[in-house]
Write a protein that binds this ligand. Structure first.
Ligand SMILES: [Zn+2]
Length: 556
């Protein structure tokens, strides 16, 4: 029997399912998403977006998760040995993984679940325990009960001691397999054993690259459980508003391959560019303007930068704490507990919270670490996209230029494994179908449309210049006189009210004086500064009131 046959037989035995055609699976996904959309339209409360837990402690799978399990089975039964599962942050990829583990265990098959970090081994072990999956651990000094049919293992320990014989290998955070010699050696040694990689961000260079020692591609095929736009549409994730008020100057900053196999700015350089007092001050100012009072996670360029940001928040009277890989376990737990009870509003870190930290109530993300890595970006953004209570949208304050560089984190990204062939100098940019978003010059809201949907500001279009070779005809459209928008007007009044500490209601009153109606239906969003129309109107009111006063005195 060859490797492929044995792989498909193991998997076919693990998951005896009735109807398994891909048509069925994709129809079921469409139906699930359709149902969620209808629920949303009818305004009925959505079923809790969290993973439901059956009495046994094993989570009930959502329909798209069930489909993903089926599609993985179809792929492996069809001769694929190393399969990637793409399942975005918040979609429950661990639940899909656990369903595979449970299916294998029922058949008395041995399964290894590999993680690349100690805390992910611990976390997985806890989740398996909660789900009632008996397992052993293969990780340094924590190694225990290796006789169990299910092993949660650290790749570092496996690289040193080797992997016991297993029938199925699951790899968590599988994008890190790209460029990892430890993983490649393990996969070569376990050649023929079916492998499922789990990743929310399978975008690393070389994930689909051919290796002679593997007799094929690192991952040969990918199953997509659901995409971020689909999950938002169905109410499993929330959409986000992005503001991009400032960004560091990244010209001349060096790039190198990061731990995910992506090209990115080097850590040393990125700190130098981002850790500047005026940029740090800006972060706090804009948080006060747009996100005051919301649970917030901040990703900084390096530890010093993160601490500087925390200092500035504290100086502004906002509870904030820093966490890093040197934070003692006990302190770390205490800090995260304070974040969850909102005793601490802003938690700042470099990257430690980008993987595996789950706090759905977190609404605001501050991006202060410039990155070119789609993986790093999507992981950071994933922290705020989970629905929770009354949270209907997340807020991203981008001080790193990332969203204008890579696009919104909630769009659909290319779903193909990278085979490692060299990209041209333009990197991934050339495959974009949609234009990159731009920040509104008035309120810094990130948008792809001309007129800002938040403050209504529409930058004067540059004269349309059409130069044709030969005749040199220039067609210049005359720009319309700028028309003040109601939201822009109100937002600018709010800005003045805040900077002069006027009472609540002042802005609404002035708005009413101008437009003759209350600012109903407008958003309480502050503009960064007031424009000439608003300033002129207030000056006019001042003069009017002064005159009225003089008149009253004269009459007395
Ligand atoms: Zn705007």
């Amino acid at each position: 029997m060859n490797d492929m046959q044995s792989a498909s037989i193991v998997l076919a035995e693990c998951y005896p399912l009735g109807c398994t055609s891909e048509d069925y699976a994709s129809n079921a996904l469409a139906t699930d998403l359709q149902l969620r959309r209808e629920e949303k339209r009818r305004d009925t409360p959505l079923t809790p977006p969290g993973q439901g837990e059956a009495a046994s402690g094993f989570p009930t799978l959502r329909p798209y998760q069930t489909n993903a399990v089926q599609n993985l089975r179809i792929a492996l039964a069809g001769g694929i040995v190393r399969e990637m599962l793409c399942s975005p942050t918040g979609s429950g990829k661990t639940e899909i993984g656990m369903a595979l583990v449970r299916g294998a265990r029922r058949k008395n098959k041995r399964v290894a679940f590999l993680c690349n970090r100690v805390h992910l081994v611990e976390q997985t072990s806890r989740r398996f325990t909660r789900a009632g999956i008996m397992h052993g651990i293969l990780q340094g000094e924590n190694t225990a009960r290796v006789y169990e049919n299910v092993l949660v293992a650290s790749i570092k320990t496996v690289a040193r001691r080797g992997l016991p014989d297993v029938d199925l290998i699951l790899i968590d955070e599988a994008h890190t397999v790209a460029g990892s010699k430890e993983y490649r050696r393990m996969l070569a040694a376990a050649k023929g054993v079916p492998v499922v990689g789990l990743s929310a961000t399978p975008y690393a260079r070389g994930l689909g690259k051919h290796y002679d020692e593997l007799g094929g591609a690192l991952f040969e095929h990918m199953t997509v459980a659901a995409t971020i736009p689909e999950l938002i549409d169905a109410g499993y994730l929330v959409d986000c508003d992005v503001y991009a008020p400032s960004e560091p100057d990244m010209t001349g900053i060096k790039q190198a391959r990061n731990a995910f196999g992506d090209m990115d700015y080097t850590d040393a350089d990125v700190g130098r560019a981002a850790d500047k007092p005026e940029l740090v001050g800006d972060i706090v100012t804009h948080w006060m303007r747009l996100a005051r009072g919301t649970p917030t996670v901040c990703f900084a360029a390096n530890i010093a930068h993160s601490k500087h940001i925390v200092e500035r928040f504290l100086a502004a009277g906002v509870t904030a704490e820093h966490i890093d890989c040197y934070t003692e376990e006990e302190d770390r737990r205490a800090i995260l507990a304070r974040v969850e009870t909102a005793e601490t509003l802003v938690i700042s870190n470099v990257g430690i919270l980008a993987e595996g930290w789950d706090f759905p109530a977190c609404r605001t993300l501050i991006l202060a670490r410039p990155t070119r890595s789609l993986i790093r970006y999507i992981q950071m953004a994933g922290r705020v996209l989970r629905p929770h209570g009354s949270k209907t949208r997340a807020l991203i304050l981008d001080h790193s230029g990332t969203a204008t560089r890579l696009g919104f984190p909630t769009e659909e990204f290319p779903l193909e494994l990278d085979d490692g062939t060299p990209r041209d100098a333009k990197g991934t940019q050339e495959v974009r179908e949609k234009p990159l978003p731009k920040a509104c010059p008035s309120c810094s809201y990130l948008k792809t449309v001309h007129k800002c949907p938040v403050c209504g500001f529409a930058p004067e279009r540059r004269a349309n210049v059409d130069v044709r070779a030969g005749d040199l005809v220039r067609i210049a459209k005359k720009a319309k006189a700028p028309k003040i928008d109601k939201q822009a007007f109100y937002s600018q009044l709010l800005c003045i009210a805040s900077s002069r500490s006027y009472k609540a209601g002042w802005a609404a009153n002035k708005y009413r004086e101008y437009f003759g109606v209350w600012p109903r239906g407008l958003r309480e969003v502050m503009a960064p500064e007031a424009g000439p129309v608003v300033i002129g109107f207030l000056k006019h009111l001042q003069i009017r009131d002064a005159r009225a006063k003089r008149g009253a005195h004269a009459g007395a």
